[in-house]
Design a protein around this ligand. Structure first.
Ligand SMILES: Cc1cc2nc3c(=O)[nH]c(=O)nc-3n(C[C@H](O)[C@H](O)[C@H](O)COP(=O)(O)OP(=O)(O)OC[C@H]3O[C@@H](n4cnc5c(N)ncnc54)[C@H](O)[C@@H]3O)c2cc1C
Ligand SMILES: NC(=O)c1ccc[n+]([C@@H]2O[C@H](COP(=O)([O-])OP(=O)(O)OC[C@H]3O[C@@H](n4cnc5c(N)ncnc54)[C@H](O)[C@@H]3O)[C@@H](O)[C@H]2O)c1
Length: 466
């Protein structure tokens, strides 16, 4: 029986463990911080749970437009909603812990051995050595293949050190009991923008320090512009082309100093400056495992590293840093090692979503790739404000965009901006992964009235009359 050892129990690690066990391997997972990894305990799951509350708060602001008023028990009009952050965060943490424990039980039920502790590779002996959390003892684990899925952690700067109370990494925000009066978010990548949008909807004053001329530099420019407009309209102070130099705290006041000398003060600050891979102390160099200049592990399309029998998956390898791609890379690694059919990862098929209000969902080739000439394609965007369902629901911001090949009409990309865009992107993702044409989308019935009617309408407009 082949023996596989996995270091790291996040989506990259635990999904791989399940596949390896299914394919008949004897599997050990060495995990330091809890099954589910950062994805479940500190990053993806907690942030999306917090955002679920923020989203409901945002939806409630539409209530008046749709004819709903609130009143108190004496019948007087109630005009203010507020979020009880202590309760919100309690729910967030309980949900995350429950999900981690579900994953642990699932692995245990399948006979996967879990060692709680810190793992590293001993290259000379071709073993993984685990330092157990419970007693500090060391355990050598023999194996035929190793998967490294150790994830990444928040990047901080010497001049902006988190204190866990008011200067926070994204992992530390769930210990807040009171809603920050003024949250300063530094960094306008996906993490920064999601938290900025969430705290704005929860009722905080929010300043976003954004180093570029618009938020979300890596996303579709039209989508980022719509989001920035909405956030500014709702009162967010977005400081564009602004770089943070330092963050300091004096009592209850946090001061963010910018490189141009300006200063912003607030009650709290979240640092969303990107991630550092957890690749130190793993014995990678001795094992002959190549890293890139950022310290991420280099892998090929089937998750192999430069060392024989050692695979890597997820955030420690950089690239698309998503729970879904981490899980897929881990599964691919195990299928490859254990001789099952392997379909190498195709990043052009990855669907992703920014959980702001409105959401931004994308798949496939981007408008930027079309504009730069990297790919020859047509793009067409249709705003949601003309969609009948959107009108009924009071939705005025958002759009659907399709990207298709000019000759064949094959759909190679798409963007949806709007409420629940994360759900609306799926038919477009299906089209991209199976090579459907705009005509096939256009000729598929959509429900009337529905937001997805706009996807079919864009497809109809991309039809070429022969
Ligand atoms: C704020 C935020 C929100 C996000 N939201 C989303 C989202 O909505 N959707 C999405 O798809 N992605 C999201 N992501 C990205 C997603 O969380 C990551 O891509 C995902 O966690 C990567 O999984 P992983 O298995 O590579 O690593 P991780 O989830 O980081 O797990 C790695 C595990 O390895 C353990 N470990 C590290 N070193 C060792 C060692 N030496 N020995 C033993 N164990 C070790 C760690 O303790 C951890 O448990 C978000 C990221 C952030 C920061
Ligand atoms: N919904 C999701 O799926 C989700 C949510 C969060 C994160 N993620 C993933 O995590 C990965 C990382 O995203 P991220 O947003 O954490 O990191 P990022 O690297 O994409 O963004 C960090 C931003 O901080 C800025 N920055 C750095 N130093 C700065 C300074 N001194 N002053 C001002 N700005 C500064 C950078 O210019 C950059 O725009 C992404 O690949 C993303 O896909 C996904």
């Amino acid at each position: 029986m082949a023996r596989v050892t996995i270091i790291g129990g996040g989506p990259g690690g635990y999904e791989a463990a399940l596949v390896a066990q299914q394919l008949g391997a004897e599997v050990t997972v060495v995990d330091r911080d809890g099954l589910g990894g950062s994805a479940v305990l500190t990053d993806c799951v907690p942030s999306k749970t917090l955002i679920a509350t923020a989203e409901l708060m945002s939806d409630m602001t539409l209530a008046r437009d749709l004819g709903i008023h609130f009143r108190d028990h004496q019948g007087d009009p109630a005009t203010e909603l507020y979020a009880d952050l202590e309760l919100v965060n309690k729910r967030v943490k309980l949900l995350a812990l429950a999900q981690s424990s579900d994953i642990e039980s699932r692995l245990a039920r399948r006979g996967i051995r879990i060692v709680k502790g810190t793992g590293r590779i001993d290259a000379d002996k071709r073993q993984v050595v685990a330092t157990r959390a419970e007693d500090g003892g060391e355990e050598a684990i023999e194996n035929d293949a190793v998967l490294i899925a150790t994830g990444a952690r928040p990047r901080v700067l010497p001049t902006a050190q988190p204190d866990g109370e008011r200067i926070l990494t994204w992992e530390q925000v769930y210990d807040l009991d009171d809603l920050p009066s003024h949250m300063i978010v530094v960094g306008s990548g996906v993490t920064g923008v999601e938290f900025a949008s969430a705290y704005l909807n929860l009722g905080s004053q929010v300043t976003l320090v954004s180093s570029r001329d618009r938020v979300l530099p890596g996303e579709d420019a039209d989508a980022a512009t719509v989001l920035q407009d909405v956030l500014e309209r709702q009162g967010m102070n977005i400081l564009s082309k602004s770089r943070m130099e330092s963050v300091t705290r004096s009592g209850d006041v946090v001061t963010v100093k910018l490189t141009d000398g300006r200063e912003v003060t607030g009650s709290h600050c979240i640092l969303a400056l990107g991630s550092i891979p957890n690749t130190e102390g793993l014995g990678l160099e001795d094992a002959g495992i190549e890293l890139d200049e950022g310290g991420f592990i280099r892998t090929d399309k089937v998750s192999r590293t430069s060392a024989y029998g050692v695979y890597a998956a997820g955030d420690c390898t950089g690239g698309f840093m998503l729970a879904s791609t981490a899980a897929m890379a881990g599964r691919i690694a195990m299928r490859h090692f254990l001789g099952d059919a392997v379909i190498p990862m195709d990043l052009k098929e990855v669907a992703a979503n920014v959980f702001t209000s409105p959401e931004i969902a994308t798949v496939g080739y981007s408008q930027a790739q079309v504009d730069s000439g990297e790919v020859v394609a047509e793009t067409l965007r249709l705003d949601l404000k003309g969609n009948p369902r959107a009108k009924m629901q009071g939705i005025s911001d958002g759009f659907v965009k399709l990207i298709s090949r000019p000759g064949t009409g094959v759909v190679i990309g798409g963007v949806v901006v709007g409420p629940r865009a994360s759900e609306l992107i799926h038919p477009i993702a299906l089209a991209v992964s199976t090579g459907l044409t705009v005509d096939q989308i256009a000729n598929t019935f959509t429900v009337y009235p529905s937001i997805s009617g706009s996807t079919a309408e864009v497809a109809r407009r991309l039809h070429h009359v022969e």
